[in-house]
Every structure is written in structure tokens, then in C-alpha cells.
Ligand binder design. Sequence first.
Ligand code: SF4
Ligand code: ZN
Length: 740
Amino acid sequence: MSRFIATSAIRGAHSVIADAEATLKDALQKMGPETPVAFTSTSYFLPVIFGFTGQKITKLGDMPAALQHARSLLPPVPRDNLWLPYLGETLDAGVATLFAEEIIEGIRFAKGQQPEQYNGHKLNGPIDDVQMRSWGIQMVDGRMPGFAAIVGAAKSNEVAVEIVRQLQSRGQLVFLCSQSNGRSIIDQLRESGVDLGYDTFTVTFGTDTYSAVYALGYATRAALSFGNVAAGDIRKILLYNKFRCFAFVLALGQVDDIKYATAAGAINYGFPVIADTVIPNILPSGVTRYAHVVSLPFDDLPGKDDLEKAQRLVQRCVEIRGIKIKIAQVPIPVAYGPAFEGEVVRRENLRIEYGGKGSMCFELLTTKSLDEVEDGKITVVGPEIDAVPDGAKVPLAIVIEVAGRKMQTDFEPVLERQIHHFVNGAEGIQHIGQRDIAWLRFSKSAVNKGFKLKHLGDILHANYHNHFGAIVDKVQITLYSDPEKVKQLMGKARAIYSERNIRTAGLTDEAVDTFYSCSLCQSFAPTHICVINPERVGLCGAYNWLDCRASYEINPTGPNKPVAKGKVIDAAKGEWEGVNKFVYENTQMKTDRFTLYSIMDQPMTTCGCCECVMVLLPECNGFMLVSRDDYGMTPCGMTFTTLMGTVGGGLQTPGMMGVGKYYLLSKKFISSEGGIRRVVWLSKNLKESMEEELKAVCEREGVPDLLDKIGDGSVATTVEDLLPLLEKKGHPALTMAPLI
Ligand code: SF4
Ligand code: ZN
């Protein structure tokens, strides 16, 4: 153990605790002990303190106890010549530091100073629970291995951008905080025009080192929610992170005492600290299994220029933390990875557009026989990008032909829908829509780096092999940019789409004897299982029956298994012997019956990633439905996030369940309770975004004016406000058979 680091970290811890004590004393005097304290949108209180102690801090008056605990962990500052043989005291000082930092941040929230305003921008502050959930599946299946918490500022703006790009293309979340010599990496990225935000996997915490505690708060919450660990069971929380969350701290620029102290906190979680300056190393030894602190002085890194050094730095970080990257290597001239999926190509940076308003663009994937497809053949018919002027709008057809012994025509739409996800992974390329409403935007920066139309083919070819290798043996792609050709082929594509529509519409629960399960969420909700039937999507909205069937073909030992329906027990409620048996065996025997069409009697279990939650409103004799992207209050007295905390852990709760939003359109939508007529309140954004489809359903169900009678957040957020509105409009639920 380096004396130097121990001394600095412990000295830093003393200073942070003293700061927290003074700040708390002042806040208690000025605001009083009852002043509420909460981070943005989390139900895990001050998460590090909650994880370590189980203590729920909700007001200033709860803080002194936690801070005293922190002080009690604090070792005295070692005399400079004292040798500390173990990491123990430094680690304790690190924990004490995290407590104190979380308290200071909590007080800043109580004072309304957080999230921080900085240089005219609002920083993100802590990550909210909804966002954490939505990253959940990617974290669990390994596409997002973990996070890099970057503290300080890089050697130059270019280096900052390159480091972040390298991390993004590996699927790592990037947390940004603190400063070095008055500069923050947040400034460097902003000045370079990098899009910061959840969509690009980059989160701005704050401009001082204290805000780095949000990274550990995130890690703690991940263990609590995905690792199914109880608050206070800190050993398990730390082990979960050590083995499951591939995170590290990257300190750019000078490391001061407070950074050392905070880093010591991170080491508790098994997260190594890597610095780009000269500091003492703490390498693997008899006591420790792997490196804790590694110094990689930037200028000493191999590489012909700073960009190569930056790439090398990230590569070394990834090796030190032992991260296995699951992302396809795609042979294209721009970066590629899930972090670029949410990227928007703005008008100023637009080089060329395919499709969109006033133009045409479609994509079509079909099956051919093995001898009709030449694997890897990519053909461009019509002008390439260099032949087209800046800002032009060009028609495009992406025609993919696949062949494989296990390929089936039913899988075509499943594979075709992946185009969006695959193409969006390229930096500077934006893909919107699907089928004949597809629309692509290429940025100037991507095209300047050499990105061409042909590269779309490379992306698709590599990804179909990587993700669907079990059913697809050969893939060839033709990209038509010749307007005449596109027009000519469009008719043929539309005929195929409508054939598919007819086939899917005809796909009913009665028509099949096998449903599919999905157990993907069991890693964080071990007693949850989704049963997916043709007329009901999984509650996350991401998987339908056809997807699950394809997924089973691709990977028979994966998360989707066939569920034989077996003998029918109750056709109206949707209960089958085979389903019950499967559910019992696959929920650790916690749930022994599932009905597929009822919410009141043995409904499906709910996990944390549902698109919407339905809740019984007894006074209204109906249900409300709130969607994940609705942050407002609802008539059941809880927001979406709070509801998730109640039902989200794999529980079966009559009167409450998570659903995918497209289930609303199904003929089997709570058909046992009377279907859509029972919906009395619906999140406004759902009502608006699905207006056409919902109207058609109301029509189909014989209540054409129903949508107008359903309340939303703009007219009522309490039952007291909602009920009179329902009465006034004559909502049908009020006269239906009583639900309870
Ligand atoms: Fe989770 Fe169900 Fe979605 Fe599968 S279908 S990912 S189990 S919510
Ligand atoms: Zn889930």
C-alpha cells in the first residue's frame, strides 16, 4: 500500500467530513430538521448511505446520525513516515468520504441548488430510476458492461472527445464530473459539440469531485434492483459490483486529496482507479487480486499522436477492469456501438437525407434459397454519396436477401425490424421509422470520414451474422438510390408488407398451441416470468410472440422457451393447464396460476421494465394506465416510478399489472373484465401518440366516442377530479358490472 496514497486519501476524507459537518450544521440552523431531502426521481433515498446502512434519509434531521457513522469510520491521518500495510483504513476513509459527499449533495438538493447550472447548461446530476431501469436489459445481457466515471479534464478537447468516443463504442456508460486546473471534461466535450445525455450514454454529474458520489449511488442502486440485494447488505452490494458491474474511475489531470479520498470509496466497489498522470500504483499483491490504482501517464502511452494515445488509454482501462466487449466489429470508417443509437443528426451537420417528407425510402428483408444468395455481396444501384450535392434528399431502397436452413418467412419482419437498431449504431448516421416510412440522415462528419451508402451494407451484413447466425447463413444487400428503381420496387415491397399484416392479424391465441416465455428479467426479478401469446406482447413492449419464436430458434437455451398451452381451464380468463405448470416451475414456485386475459384474477407478474402500469381505481369501476414516459402524478396517488417500486419486483398483484402499450390494441386486452371500456384514465402522451390506433379499437369494440371520455393528466390527477368528469361524459365503466 502506498503511503502516499493512504495519507492523501485519509487527509482528503478528513476534509470532506469537516465540510459536510459544517454544511449540515448551517443547513439545520437555517432550514430546520424537517426540511425534505431527496435526489431526483429515485426511490432509493441517498443510495450509498441506504445501501451501506439501510438508513432512509428523507430530511435534514436524518443526516447527523449518518455523518457520525462516517466520522467513526475515519482513521487518523497517518504521519508521513508511517507505513500502512493494508488497504483497510484507506478503504474505510473512502466509505466515510462517500457518506459525507452524499450528505453535501443531499443538502444542495434541499436548497434547490441541484442539479447544477453550469455555463448556461443544466447538468444532469444523479441518474433517475426510470433511466436506470431502461438500461437494465442492456446491463444484464452484457451489451452495456458497466461505466467509466471520468473525473477531471483531458489533455486537450480532441483527447476528451476521443476518450469518450472509444468508451461509447464499447457500450460503456460515461459519467462526467469534477475538474482539473479549472477545466472540466464537461466543458471540453461541450466545446467540441458532443451530444451529452442519456441517449448517448453520457451523464454530466457535476463540476466538483463530490458529485462523483453519484456514480457509486448508481452502482449501489444497480445491485439493489438488478442484483436483488437488500439495503444494508453491503457485502453483497459490493460483491455484485465487483463481479457484475464493469466499472472504473478514470482520473484525468492532477489528483488532489479529495479525488484520492473519493477514489478510495470507489475501490470498495471493486472499481479500479486509473490516472493519466504520474501517481503511485497499487498493483495486485498477496492481499489484493487485481490492480486498484494504475498510473498510465498520458505522454508515455504508445501511439504516434494524442488520438492514438487516447485510444490506447481506453484500451488499457478496459483490460485492467477485465471487460469483455460483446459488440460486433463492423468494418466502417466511423465509430460503431449502442451509444450512438440515440444520436440525432441536426440540420447544420446534415450531409444527405434518404427518404423523409417528400421523398421515398423503404427497407425489405426477404428469404431466398441458399443458392440464390451470395454472402457478403453488397451492391449499390444508383449514385453513391460523392455524386450527390450537400443537403440533398435522395430516395433509397434497402433490399436484404437472406438464406439459411433454419430461416422461415415468419422471421422476416423480426429481422427486418433490426435494421433500425443496427444502422443507428453508426456514429453520425440516424435511422428513423421502418418499412416504407424509413428515413435516414447522414452527418457531414460521418461522410467526411469516408462513410458511404455501401457501408450500410457492411453494417447489416456483419450484424445479421453476429446476432442471427443461428438462422441466417448468407446475407446479400442491394442499396438502390436510383429514383426510378426505388419507385418500381416500392409497389412490390408494399404488397409484401400488406401480406404480412394480414398474416399477423390472423395470428390469434386460438390459432396456435404454443405460447412463449421470456425470462430475461429474472436476473433482477427472479420470480418474474412473461408468457407471450400472439395477442399480447411482453410487458416491456420489446418482444412479441413471433420475436420469441425466432429467438427460440436462434438460441434454444436462451431466455425464450415454448410453453405448450395444454388443456383449457377457463377460456374467458385465458387460463390453461400447460401455462400454469410452466409458470409454477419457472417462478421458483412463487406463482402457480396465470390468467392471460384478466387483471383481477391471477394476473401475470410484473417486473421493473414494463412500458405501462395498469391500476384498479375502485371508485371509478375501471383502470388507469400510466406509461413510463409520463412523469406526472396519477389518480391512484402514485407516479410511475413509485408504482414500479410497489409492483416491479416480480410480484403478482390482483388489480395491478405491467403491460406493453400495444396490448391496449389487442382483442384480448383484459377481455375478462370488459376490455378497453374499463379504461378510465390514460397517460396523455399515450393518448396522443396512439390516437389513430386507439380510435380504431374503440370503433371495433362498439364504443366509437370512448377515447374522449377517458381522462388524462391534463384534466385529472386525483380520483376526486376524475370521477365527476367520467360521470359528466357518461363513461361506460360506471355502469358495468362491479369489479369488486
Ligand atoms: Fe423482461 Fe418480459 Fe420483456 Fe422478457 S418480455 S424482457 S421478461 S419484460
Ligand atoms: Zn423486466
